[in-house]
Design a protein around this ligand. Structure first.
Ligand SMILES: CC(C)(COP(=O)(O)OP(=O)(O)OC[C@H]1O[C@@H](n2cnc3c(N)ncnc32)[C@H](O)[C@@H]1OP(=O)(O)O)[C@@H](O)C(=O)NCCC(=O)NCCS
Length: 179
């Protein structure tokens, strides 16, 4: 049984959207929106590209089973069009957590990611013993940096040559919101 705190439904009424746990019926939408180089190029290589039906099923099985992190689908018009997750750290970093997200390209530019990051950040600080949320953004990803700034995250530093993505060496930006 998944800890109910890890499986909330959080409403974004002003955007007619909500965040809710993943379910197996999300597979077709997941493939439709995740199978996009514009999404994958800003994420770790563990995010597959191309993104197949098998990748979606594998991910949704993980979601059905996992007990320690927060992983929510961003739902618009009844379909999962994006994802937001919080990975809780351990040991001496146990009061820190890393936030990550992506959104299907047709939904970009509506304020959805900013609202989702704001809502999830507030939720995590309210319900978990976490005082630091952080995100690492590739230096080329100006939209994501803006999302974090608008959601109250501060730039803490540039990690030079920290990323190898698609054969390119990139810097990354470390953003954090501290409670
Ligand atoms: C990054 C991403 C989540 C943004 O989602 P979104 O819902 O379009 O974001 P929002 O509409 O809430 O906000 C986007 C902000 O970036 C700005 N922006 C967009 N493109 C930009 C660009 N090329 N340069 C600078 N700013 C840009 C927008 O103007 C907006 O800022 P504003 O509200 O101050 O005007 C989405 O583009 C995405 O999924 N990208 C691929 C995956 C990814 O990058 N994930 C994050 C990894 S760290």
């Amino acid at each position: 049984m998944i800890d109910p705190l890890l499986a909330p439904t959080l409403e974004l009424p002003q955007l007619q959207a909500r965040l809710r746990p993943w379910c197996f019926a999300d597979a077709p939408a997941l493939v439709e929106y995740a199978n996009d180089q514009r999404v994958a190029q800003n994420l770790r290589d563990t995010f597959p590209h191309p993104y197949t039906h098998q990748d979606a099923e594998f991910y949704l099985c993980l979601m059905a089973d996992q007990q320690r992190d927060l992983h929510l689908a961003l739902e618009v018009d009844g379909r999962a069009v994006g994802s937001i997750g919080v990975h809780f750290k351990t040991d001496v970093r146990r009061r820190s957590a890393e936030i990550g997200y992506w959104l299907g390209q047709p939904y970009w530019g509506r304020g959805l990611a900013t609202a989702a990051v704001q809502l999830v950040s507030t939720y995590v600080f309210a319900h978990f013993d976490v005082c630091r949320l952080y995100a690492v953004v590739f230096s080329t990803n100006l939209a994501s940096a803006r999302v974090l700034e608008n959601a109250g995250y501060e730039l803490e530093g540039i990690m030079r040559k920290s990323i190898v993505k698609d054969g390119q060496m990139l810097d990354s930006r470390l953003y954090a919101r501290v409670n």
